[in-house]
Design a protein. Sequence first.
Length: 295
Amino acid sequence: MKDHIKKGNNEKLGWDNFEDKLQIPYPRSKEQVWAKLEEQLEEQEKSQQKSRVLKLAWYWAAAAMVLIVLGVGSFMRYYTIRVDVPAGEVQVVSLPDGSTVKLNAVSELAYHPYWWRINRQLSLTGEAYFEVKKGSRFSVVSAKGITSVLGTQFNVFARKEVYRVTCLSGKVRVTDAHKEQEVLLEANQQAVLDGQGKMNYEELVQFSDEAAWVNNEFAFRKQSLVELLEEVERAYDVEIVGKELIAANNIVLLSGRLNRNELTADQVLELLSQISVFKIEKIDSRKYRIFPKKN
């Protein structure tokens, strides 16, 4: 038994000596090991930061592309061409689809050229004659009404409280601004929205009289004197003082036509004064005063 214990102790002693004698050589110090670990951690952190930067850059690039697309779309949708025709002038406008608009004096037109293929719509204040190419719906929007066509020729008068549409060919749909009243016009038919917003319809209208201005002419056909004087102001770029003294419901009955190119403002006003109830006085080259005739 003693021998066995002794032998066990000797074996244990031998193992301890073996551990003491066993040395694994390692070329780096503890400081170097920590330095190496710190370097690896820094590289890992840099890699993660680079990955985050790349992801952030991708997000920003995607957001920029979205903004560019939205910006281009908004530009195409809302970019507007405006045409303002001053008094004494008439101007022809060619639209992107080949349709044409002839604008009377003191008229304004606006449309979106880059959106035209998607929506043929324009706004009008004043008076214009349209020759529309066939295609998708073509709409003219004014303060008091909307005129829609596919392909036709028509005249729109949209000044102050008067909205009047006259069809030359094809079919024209006229709707009030609230879309409560509607009428479909064919050749030589007319729709009028009066000052109270009521839609009136008239057949067998002489389009050549309604749109006489297109040929640089005046055609007087049961129009109020004030309306005629306002047309003279626009056509000749003059000012007529005293129109408020002339009754708006005074009707001028005059057959035939007057050529704007052949008559001056003086001559037109003198002719109107001879068949109406006012006298005319010229103040300067572009200004006139009218006053009622004495009985």
